[in-house]
Design a protein around this ligand. Sequence first.
Ligand SMILES: [Zn+2]
Length: 307
Amino acid sequence: MLQSSTLSGVIQHALCTSLKGGTRELTAKHFSFCSATPPGIGGQEQSEITTDKAGDEDPSHTVIIDEATNEAAAVDPAEPHKIFGVAQENGVHLKFVLTTHHHWDHAGGNDKIKELIPGIKVYGGSVDNVRGCTDKLENGDRISLGDETSILSLHTPCHTLGHISYYVTGKDGEDPAVFTGDTLFIAGCGKFFEGTAEQMYQSLCVTLGSLPKPTKVYCGHEYTEKNLQFALTVEPDNEKIKQKFLWAERQVRTGLPTIPSTIEEELETNPFMRVDLPEVQEKVGCKSPVDAIREIRRLKDAWKPTK
Ligand SMILES: [Zn+2]
């Protein structure tokens, strides 16, 4: 189990990783991300945070901190004791929970965190029946965190009908971030449990695809390596996918995370976000973006990784 003594190491690890990206560091002054992730991918640091949950079904855990005020928000704190420990160790005040959707591995810790932190607000989509929800969100609602951090609610339905992604901005000049739950994964997307291909196209390619390209993407699970392996079956000659697959293999082998990505990288390497391209439609025998996203999902559901 995760011990509180390892948490600061995990946080530093997360920060160092994001610094490598070459883009301006989100954590600079105003808000920062403490990721007790990624799960189930082996390696030294991950073994420290391995819990009794199975492999890559472990969700990621992230705390957004407004550094000017030390106010913080937890995204999908499915293991609330860990998040509570992170907050205590870092001297931050957890003001609210941002729930992406109602599945247990995202919303299942909400009742417990309300016990641990009386009065904490729990946000969730208005049509998603999120466990413990105190404040229902519509598309376009805004939430302030501290003095300098703003969070925009983006309705991104399909995986669940009320799924919300959270778009986070700090001061001018800082790259924003988006927390995409199980709608957008790195190089993939969530299963269409409650919605249609039309909705996933709108969520991925219109709503999330329109965000600024440097926006950092934090998703709910670390499925990157397998997703990129699948992406190569759709576009075997895509050099960017080939390069990112090799990079992801190295990251996993050495116990490092593949999260975050950026919207720009997703537009280059995520087959589900590339369905506007006629050549991608053609690869899967379709003539429209919606047909292509439906077909790529069908192919992915039937696909088995080679390792
Ligand atoms: Zn889910």
